[in-house]
Each structure stands twice: as C-alpha cells, then as structure tokens.
Design a protein around this ligand. Structure first.
Ligand code: 6PG
Length: 478
C-alpha cells in the first residue's frame, strides 16, 4: 500500500482528522463500517488531498504502507474493542493502532498489553479540540511505546495545533495509558474551568445585577488579560447570543441542567483511588449532577435564605473586578490539582510524564487552551520536580495578591445565598495548604478512641495508642 496513514470510523471527528492529514500532504486511507460515509467523504472533500477510499477491512489494511498506522475513531468502550478485534488479525509485527477516542486509560493499558504480545503497537491518544480542532489542528496526547512515536510523531506533528511559538501541540506523553490519562485530567480541568466561569457569571448576574450582554462585555475585557482563554472567549459569545424565537438572552431559554459524558467523573474517581485532593474538579462534577436533580430542587424551593440584592453601578463595577480575582485564583488551584493528579498517576504507573511538556501541548488546539498555560510550562520547565504549582514563586505571589478579593467574593456569595462551590472549594484548599496545623490531629485522636487505629506523635518516632477505655496510658503500637 501507499497510504501513510489510515482512518477508520468516519463520524465527524474521524472525518475531520482524515481531512486534516490529507490537507497536510499525506495520503490517507479511509474506511467506515458502512461504506456510504466513506464515499460521501471522498465525494465532498476528495479535492482537498489524496484519499484512498476502501470498503473492506482487508482492503483498508492493504492500502497502508508498512509499518501500518491506523487511526481508530469510534465510540469508546465496546465499539473500540470490536474494531481492534477486526483489524488485529490482519496486521503484522511493528504495525501501529492509534485510538483517538476518549477511552478510559485502564482500557488502554489492557489493549496495549494484549496487542504488545502480538507484536502490534497500540497508542491511546487523547485528542482535544472538538470538530474544529480535529480539522484545523487539535492538541494530541499520545501514549504507547516510544518506538511507535518515532514513526507516528512526525505525522501527528503535521496535523497538530501550533503553539504561539510555533511548536506543534503533540508530544509522546508516556507509555501505555499515559496519553488517555492526561486527556482525562484535561477534561477534569475543563469541567473546573467551566464551573468557575459559570460561578463568575452567576455572581455578575445576581449580585452585580448585570445583563447577559453586559457580562459578555465584561468577559471580553477579561479575555484581553491574564484570563485570556478559549473558554472565556466562547462564554462571551454564548452570553451575547439572543434566542431568535423569543428575543430573550439565549442563556435564559436553555434548561439549567448540565449533562456529562463521563471523563470528568473518571478524573475524580481515579483521583480518589490515587489519594489526590482534586476538590475543585470534584465540585464541578457534583455541580453538574446537582443541577440535574430536578425533583430535589423542586422539593427544596421553599427553604429559607436571602435573595440577592443587586449592587449599585459603582459597587457592581468594583465587585466585578473582585470576581475576576476570585476566578483567576480558583483557576490556579484547579490546575494545581490537575497537575498533581498527573504527577501521581505518572508515579503510580511509572510513566515518566514531563509536566512542562503537558502544559506546552495544552497551549493551543485543546478546549482548555489559555495564555496562562505558557507560564505553567515555564514553571515546570524551570523546576521539573516542582511539588505544586502553588509552590512556584510567581504563581504563589499572584494567588497571594488575589486572595483578599477572592475571600470578599466568597463572603458576598455566602451572604447573598449564591452557591459558589468551585470558588469556595478552591479557597479551602488554599487555606488548608497554608495552615500550620490542621485539625487532622483530632481526627486521628477520634480514630484511635473508637477503633484503636493508632496515631503518630510530633515529638517521637513510632505508632501509638492510648488506652481510652482504661486508665488512658499511652502504649507503643506494634
Ligand atoms: C475536548 C473535549 C471533548 C468533549 C468533552 C465533553 O477536549 O475536545 O473535552 O473530549 O467535547 O469530553 O464532555 P462532556 O460531554 O462530559 O461535558
């Protein structure tokens, strides 16, 4: 065969990735379970580059040059396993299967192991940026063997988004499931970013008394500063949009129940297993699920509490500036938590993930792309073993400068009865890290009291237990 790459699964993401490869000068074999989609792609976009349309699995595999590189763009879960089972028997040693879906990294680890035994490389690659990204340049997070990246990397670099300094937003993240793990945390951070922006909107709407159009303007202003990011930019677009049918702000005609497909939930589940406090991301997932409990909300509508009283114009303006500080500080915390989780996952699975490169490939193409990621990259590049983003001098100073306004916003929200789970969880995390002593000592005492779970002392090595039911002497535990 002559095709340098193949794409099977031609729904919108697969189709756009195939077009992106072709537009960048590669010969692309294309395949779909139902051949009509393959024909439609070539009919509509055939002039964009060199496509090799194929109908059967055998024909598809035969169209590829060796080592074969096939990108699978089907639904995560069983459909992915089915496609692998269909193609693996047709492949030879050294061939590479790339899964570009939102797979769970544990599935990716299993698939990689099974295919490795047959001499086939399996690369779980996170692909972020939605339909537009797939076509014009996504951020790509490939895992799998370093060897597979040698043949695959140059092709991915052609189609990836380019950071402002021109570097392609793709890197070999680490072996087996590392790529899908990092994509999962990307989505967890995406949930947190979206929740924080939503809280800022809610406060500006209810406490500052701003209209959606005015908030759109405020966000456009923020987008020229340190909050410069894709999500702030599209938020302004959504808020400025008017519903054609009613003439009302679009945001007022949409049901206030947020949905989710699962990657944010996975981030939190895995963080719990790894023992990593991702409280900001967790609150974002819970906020979505709470919003969806219509019956719970209906049953609670009569509960007592304040109704927000909008501020006058001048006070509103000052408040909006404080909300910007709270949003920025909370954002630093969610990235701190997300990067902590990547570091913990990398240690657990021995992936050797370089946090600076992760920040670097998130600078463009992906949903959480933001100017701020270049500074996270710089922080980890300067100190690869940085324990926490908050221990970086510049981020530490910035969040320190924001903290007074951040507190004022959480106080105002609490007083006025506006829920800010993201802002307040982030602030609690910040204060817990600052605290000289945490009440965890008391928790240990309670555990020892009711279950002889033992504790450690501040002044001596070893584990101890107090005979709470007896004369309360302390004994050294085994
Ligand atoms: C991306 C997005 C993408 C998807 C989200 C939506 O990086 O391009 O994250 O993967 O649109 O996962 O997730 P929810 O449906 O769970 O909000």
């Amino acid at each position: 065969g002559t095709a340098q790459i193949g794409v099977t699964g031609l729904a919108v993401m697969g189709r756009n990735l195939a077009r992106n490869f072709a537009r960048n000068g590669l010969t692309v074999a294309v395949h779909n379970r139902t051949a009509a989609k393959t024909r439609a792609l070539v009919e509509e976009f055939g002039e964009e580059g060199r496509f090799v349309p194929t109908e059967s699995a055998e024909e598809f595999v035969a169209a590829l040059e060796r080592p074969r590189r096939l990108v699978v763009m089907v639904k995560a879960g069983e459909p992915t396993d089915a496609v692998i089972q269909e193609f693996a028997p047709l492949l030879e040693e050294g061939d590479v299967i790339i899964d570009g879906g939102n797979a769970h990294f544990e599935d990716t680890r299993r698939r990689e192991r099974e295919l490795r035994e047959r001499g086939i490389h399996f690369v779980g690659a996170g692909v972020s940026g939605g339909e537009e990204g797939a076509l014009h340049g996504p951020s790509i997070m490939p895992g799998g063997s370093a060897e597979s990246y040698e043949s695959l990397g140059p092709l991915l670099e052609k189609i990836a988004a380019k950071a402002p300094d021109g570097t392609p937003c793709v890197t070999h993240v680490g072996p087996d499931g590392a790529g899908h793990f990092v994509k999962m945390v990307h989505n967890g951070i995406e949930y947190a970013d979206m929740q924080l922006i939503a809280e800022a909107y809610h406060l500006l709407r209810t406490v500052a008394g701003y209209s959606p159009a005015k908030i759109a303007k405020t966000f456009r202003g923020w987008n020229t500063g340190r909050l410069d990011s894709y999500l702030i930019e599209i938020t302004a677009e959504v808020l400025a949009h008017e519903d054609a049918a009613t003439g009302k702000p679009f945001v007022d005609v949409v049901q206030d129940r947020a949905e989710q497909k699962g990657t944010g939930r996975w981030t939190v589940q895995i963080a719990l297993d790894l023992g990593v406090p991702v409280s900001g991301i967790a609150e974002a997932v819970f906020a979505r699920s709470l919003s969806g409990h219509a019956e719970l909300r209906e049953a609670s509508g009569a509960l007592a509490g304040p109704v927000p009283e909008p501020l006058d114009e001048k006070a509103a303006e000052a408040f909006a500036a404080q909300v910007e500080q709270a949003l920025y500080a909370s954002k630093i915390v969610s990235y701190t938590q997300g990067f902590h989780q990547i570091r913990a996952g990398s240690e657990q699975y021995e992936w050797g993930v370089d946090l600076g490169s992760v920040a670097a490939i998130w600078r463009a193409g992906c949903i959480i792309r933001a100017a701020f990621l270049d500074r996270i990259r710089a922080a980890f590049d300067a100190e690869p073993d940085l324990v926490s983003l908050l221990s970086d001098k510049r981020f530490g100073e910035e969040i320190g400068a924001a903290q007074e306004d951040w507190r004022a916003v959480v106080v105002a929200a609490t007083r006025q009865g506006v829920p800010v789970p993201g802002f307040s969880a982030a602030l609690a995390y910040y204060d817990a890290l600052r605290a000289e002593r945490l009440p965890a000592a008391l928790t240990q005492g309670q555990r020892d009291f009711f279950g002889a779970h033992t504790y450690r002392r501040v002044d001596r090595e070893g584990s101890f237990h107090t005979l709470w039911g007896g004369d309360r002497t302390e004994v050294e535990a085994g």
